[in-house]
Design a protein around this ligand. Sequence first.
Ligand code: SF4
Ligand code: SF4
Length: 334
Amino acid sequence: MPTLKPKLAMYWAASCGGCEIALANINEALLEVDAYFDFMFCPCLLDTKRADIEALPDGAIFLTLFNGALRTEENLEMAELLRRKSQLFVAFGACAASGGIPALANQHGIGHVLETVFRSSASVDNAAGPIPGGSSPVPGGELELPAFLQRVLAVHEAVTVDYTMPGCPPEPEQIVAVIRHVASGNPLPENGTLLGCTARAVCDQCGREKRGSLAARLARPFEAVPEAGWCLAEQGFPCIGTATHGGCGALCPAVAMPCTGCYGALDRNADPGAAALSALAAVVDPGESGGKAEADIHARLRSALAGVADPLGTFYRYNLAATVVADRSPEVEP
Ligand code: SF4
Ligand code: SF4
């Protein structure tokens, strides 16, 4: 007899699998998921095939949690397919929401990315072998690998997204809260709402004290041991909790690791990289002149940048796909 439970799908595109692990980490609450939903598609866990999804009527899936960025044509096709088949489509995790780590590749031209990753990197032995985007003879037959898109896309750049759950990955208790809300039948929030995070900064959940002091310079986490209980940013570590949505429980600063911004920029209208840089520049000592003059501001920014080994990877770590710098010409062409 066919199940009457609403169908739940989870899909990974360009992802690391951490978002699936986050779902598995809801532990016994998985029984609630099973009680309410027909969890019918999840390539990591279930053997449902793409053809099974294609055979469903449009809108047959109640809720799809789509994680991972769009790197390949197959990722894009699956996003379009699942969007069509789903009533609610959620960009789940930082990669889906804003490109995540995969989108850092967008600073390079696609030819350079393919050549580096599939041919010339030290751990690859494939000097003249296949790269994604064609058919290649392999022992036992032909291997077809999906072509890469010219640049990594956040999911909302390709299909309409109803809700976004930020995080790298979203925290299990936030996943449980969202699933319980859906299962309760209570009205859903307005389309476009961020789910599973707070409207306040990570600092709001952080146990470290802000003392109002300024750091002489920024340093990488391995360069010094931070003092317990004191704000990492004020100690000169690049913690961007001030500019980042809370909801994670400030887990990273709790173990002396600076917040890297995975829950997304607090100000959705601001450029996230600029907001992160601005947050750090605000804790750098401007010197003796008071810090208000334009020259002092420039000095702060220079000082903040000087202590950060990888500015793009620090300030745009999770969101290079969908920002004002996303469409600029890649630095390195093939
Ligand atoms: S958001 Fe984080 S955990 Fe999820 S797929 Fe991307 S890198 Fe992995
Ligand atoms: S900047 Fe970082 S360490 Fe400081 S209070 Fe905010 S989250 Fe905590």
